[in-house]
Ligand binder design. Structure first.
Ligand code: ATP
Length: 236
């Protein structure tokens, strides 16, 4: 039944005040263990979709179900989703590990096992976890933010453009983090505006353009079947 399906999105629509429809009648599902790349150019509606999934904003119509439970702001099922958004604030004078312990205590779920050590290991920060965050590079900060999203080893990890602003070596490291998380058998949903990135990190892909789904399937089918020809990125 649906209780085993990490994500089902059905006829999801979001219009912002002022009339812009950022997401239009979007439907797709993600099966356990898949790494789904949500691909589309700037403004395609990826962030709006992920913000609805994270319970940050309410759909205009349609619904999102995570393990069968309807997602809404404040819904209990949100505790089963780990989410990364760019620009997570860390306390610069504390170590990476201390920041994560503090964050976990602040979630109000400290009694649950945080798996802080495992999350840090997957994030690949090595001994730097004991150094102050103010000494971290952008890539290290971003991987610490991913580690934060992975605390509790959520069954569904949602990442909005985790490689944004990173240089090629940092992007490579971020990909390794996604691979290691996916190797634990958990499900990942990751957005990107880069076809090559989705190709290298994801098992499946959903392509969005102007709020609507334009293609979906296994990465090999979408990318191999002329996906490059039909998908154009609107920014370099
Ligand atoms: P990006 O790569 O920039 O994150 P995206 O695919 O995530 O792009 P969204 O951020 O979801 O796209 O934006 C989709 C559309 O909705 C854009 O036209 C954007 O300007 C508009 N939009 C986003 N947030 C709001 C808002 N709070 N109010 C009004 N319009 C918005």
């Amino acid at each position: 039944g649906l209780a085993d399906v990490p994500l089902v999105i059905e006829s999801l629509t979001k219009s912002y005040p002022g009339g812009l429809t950022a997401v239009k009648d979007l439907s797709f599902r993600v099966e356990p263990g898949q790494v789904l790349g949500l691909l589309g150019p700037n403004g395609a509606g990826k962030t709006t979709t992920l913000r609805m999934l994270m319970g940050l904003i309410t759909p205009s119509s349609g619904e999102i179900r995570v393990f069968g439970h309807k997602v809404a702001p404040g819904a209990p099922v949100l505790s089963r989703i780990g989410s990364f958004v760019e620009g997570a604030g860390f306390l610069p004078h504390l170590s990476g590990a201390a920041n994560l312990r503090l964050y976990w205590a602040a979630t109000g779920r400290p009694a649950e096992k945080a798996h802080i050590a495992e999350a840090l290991e997957i994030a690949g920060l090595g001994d730097a976890v004991h150094r102050k965050v103010r000494t971290y590079s952008q890539g290290m900060r971003q991987r610490l933010a991913i580690a934060q999203a992975m605390l509790g080893l959520p069954e569904l990890l949602v990442l909005d453009e985790p490689t944004n602003g990173l240089d090629p070596p940092q992007i490579h490291q971020m990909r390794e983090v996604l691979r290691r998380y996916a190797a634990t058998g958990r499900t990942v949903l990751v957005s990107s505006h880069l076809l090559a990135e989705v190709e290298q990190t994801s098992t499946h892909v959903v392509v969005m353009h102007r709020g609507a789904l334009v293609a979906a399937g296994e990465v090999g089918d979408i990318v191999g079947a002329g996906g490059e020809a039909t998908f154009r990125v609107d920014r370099p």
